[in-house]
Each structure stands twice: as C-alpha cells, then as structure tokens.
Write a protein that binds this ligand. Sequence first.
Ligand code: DP6
Length: 347
Amino acid sequence: MRTDRPDTATPSPGRSTTGTAVAVAHPNVALIKYWGKRDEQLVLPWTDSLSMTLDIFPTTTSVRLAAGDGDDTVTLDGAPAEGEALRRVRAFLALVRDRSGIRRRAVVESVNTAPTGAGLASSASGFAALALAAATAYGLDLDATALSRLARRGSGSAARSVFGGFAVWHAGTATGTDESSYAEPVPVRKELDPALVVAVVDAGPKAVSSRAAMRRTVDTSPLYRSWAASSGADLVDLRAALARGDLEAVGEIAERNAFGMHAAMLAARPAVRYLSPATFTVLDSVLRLRREGTAAFATMDAGPNVKVLCRRADAGRVAEAVRAAEAGAQVHIAGPGPGVRLLDEDR
Ligand code: DP6
C-alpha cells in the first residue's frame, strides 16, 4: 500500500503488473456501528462509523492472475467458495478488472483465522486483504484512501480494516458517487491503552446475513431513523473521548451505540435477533465487573458474540470473569492491530 500518491485508480490497459500478490488484514470491531446502506450497489452507508482494528484473527489472501478470461477460482479456508461468497468475490474482482483494463481471470486463496460468519468481521479482514492483493496483482496503484474506497465495495466494514488502530469511515456526502465515502485513521491519546476481550459464545454461521438484516432494519424498523440520528451524536462524543484518552466515556458511548443498533434490529418486521441467552449471561458479567469497579463495556455485532472493551491492564481479569460466567465461551484478548499490508516475499 502506498500512502504518498494520489488516487490513480483509473483504467490503464498497458500497465505492468506483478501478476501475483499476498496481503494480510485484520478484523475490526466498530464502537460506532455501520448498520444500513443508502446505496447497495456502491455500498454507501447512511451513517459514519468508527472502529478498532484488532491484532488477532488475521486473514491472508493471495491473488494470482491465470491465463484466459474465464471464471475466477476462489478457495476459502481450503475449500472451493460457493454461493453468495463466491458471487461477492467474483463481483469484486470484476470491479478491479474494469479499473485495471486487464481481463485475465484470477485464482484467489483466502485463509481466515476467525470463525467465518460468526459476527467477528471476517468479511472486513477478508475484503481488505482481497482489495490490496487484487489491486496489486492487477497493477492498480492506489493510495490508502483509494484502497479504503475499493475495499468498501466488497464489504462496508472492510473500508476500516485498511487502517490499523482506530479508523472512522465517512458515510460520504455526495449522492451517486463513491468518492466521499472512505475510512481514515483517528488519533487516540496513548493513555487510552485499550483491549477488547472477545467472547465467542457461538462460532456457527449466522442465520441472517448482515447484508439482508441491515436492509430489513432500514426498510421496516420504526426505530432505525432515531438510532441513525443518535449515532451521529455518539460519534462526535466518541471522538472527543478518544482524543482525551477517557476509556470509561469511550466504553459507555460504544455500549449505548451497540444497544441502540440492536434495538432498531429488534423492532424490524420480522425482528432481527442476533443476541442469545449466552450473550446476556456475558452482559451480566460485564455489569458485575463494572459494579466491582472495573471499567468494562460491551458491544455486539451481527451475531451473539460479545466484545468487551477494557483497559489492557484489566484484560486478564475481564477474560477470567467472562469465562467464569459462560463456561462455553472461547475468550480471546485483542489489542489495537495493524492495517492491511502486503507480504514482502510476494512483491
Ligand atoms: C454489525 O460490513 O459485514 O459488524 O457491507 O453488507 O458486507 P456489508 O456488511 P458488513 O457489516 C458489518 C456490520 C456490523 C457493524 C460494523 O462493523 O460497523
């Protein structure tokens, strides 16, 4: 990834290409959620969102150009991709081909280290890694902003995984263009020193895809508009709390934003319900920690798993409390992780 060049993502049929590239990206967890698209084709959201990229669960993706212009071959975690997953990767590669002017088909291999489809944002790390590997293999020369815009087209949250640490994804202002919707890093006071304790209470695939669930929420939930409005205010407050390194305020804002999103989902018709009894067991343990004086705050995405924001120094204790409360949970401790990068040996 280059950060010193303007956006040069324009078709250039004669451009030379390495023909092969391998990229690594990490998932991110949103503290201010992205939930709802105003343009499905361009993946433009209704609201801004803000996340922390994790230092666990990387996705490694290789893209190799093959002879001919037939169908792309896609392998996910060692098995041929099929259905919606295959369709989305091929649509994304078609976009990259349009921009590069190179028609050759691609062979893609992607390996996730997080359970796919469990609300752990493997689509964020997956499309961030695919964006960089495919752009490089097809010879596109993109700066970080342009790469974020491109990753967004694969999966909205992937726009944020282009960056390490904390990143804000701007919903964008103009209609009908994708130029104004991209992520960028957010400065954070180093005293914040955060950790996210990830409690995986169910690693199975989700019943409703986030894509379908967010569409239903936008179309049918009477609470959607009020959540979207309050989310804008939450973002302003969160940025201020990050800048002053105020972990309690960051946690409170993130928790209320997530509960608001799930409330809007529950009011959809029919309801979108991702939270399970195990989720609430973990939430109770987070409340107990808080009552006992530990700063711990929960956030949940399109699945029953709970991510608990706390100080890095408290992460071991928080993980123990969560394990003690929900014996079936797999608990992982994450810190802020790096942005997407190419693996050097493949450059
Ligand atoms: C609940 O980015 O997976 O994790 O753009 O349709 O691929 P698509 O959705 P996706 O949605 C993530 C939703 C979320 C909140 C968030 O990460 O901001």
